[in-house]
Design a binder for this molecule. Structure first.
Ligand SMILES: [Fe+2]
Length: 193
């Protein structure tokens, strides 16, 4: 249970944990698996995890909170892992160097954040690097054109700068998913893929 800023400052997590924003409990509580115990932790095991635990119990979940939080967990020598699900400045620089506009970069960062957020709520082993980087680079081709060809062009540009085939495949295919112009960040007059 950490807010985005706290999590970005220290992306260490307890292995297998899923990060949830305590302020968005109404959204993620519906996705929690029923019939399993939920162990809730926050930075210090204080009011954040305790109030979330109370709320979950109110919704009939078997919830407990971790005393001392992540801080105590680390201090007592328990293992943590650095989460992969973050957006790297180096990748943003690649977009910039390729000539993607700041507006399109801002869109790509938003898409990547959303993709990572959705993926982190799915309790399966997902390739978070592919989710994050695929989303971040999906519009690389917009450095050349905003027409539908930006998908295919982007994939070629991505291959040229050494991005893995799994990522260039996202770039090439995302324009054929049936997402409307509006949803994709365009407007009524400028069709975008
Ligand atoms: Fe696109």
């Amino acid at each position: 249970m950490r807010r985005k800023a706290d999590y970005q400052a220290d992306p260490n997590t307890i292995k297998g944990a899923v990060r949830c924003d305590p302020e968005k409990i109404d959204d993620w509580v519906k996705q929690l698996p029923v019939g399993k115990r939920a162990v809730v932790y926050c930075v210090k095991g204080g009011s954040v995890s305790q109030s979330v635990t109370d709320r979950l119990r109110g919704e009939k979940f078997d919830a407990v909170f971790l005393e001392g939080g992540l801080k105590h967990w680390i201090e007592s020598g328990q293992p943590v892992e650095a989460a992969h699900d973050s957006i790297h400045e180096a990748d943003i620089n690649l977009l910039r160097q390729a000539g993607v506009s700041e507006e399109d970069i801002a869109h790509s960062v938003k898409v990547a954040e959303k993709a990572l957020e959705i993926a982190s709520r799915i309790r399966r082993n997902l390739d978070m690097e592919l989710v994050g980087r695929g989303a971040l680079f999906h519009d690389l081709g917009k450095a050349k054109t905003h027409e539908i060809e930006h998908g295919k062009l982007g994939a070629e540009m991505g291959a040229a700068i050494g991005l893995p085939p799994a990522i260039t495949a996202v770039m090439e295919k995302h324009v054929r998913t049936g997402v409307s112009c509006r949803e994709h960040g365009g407007n009524d007059r400028t069709p975008r893929g």
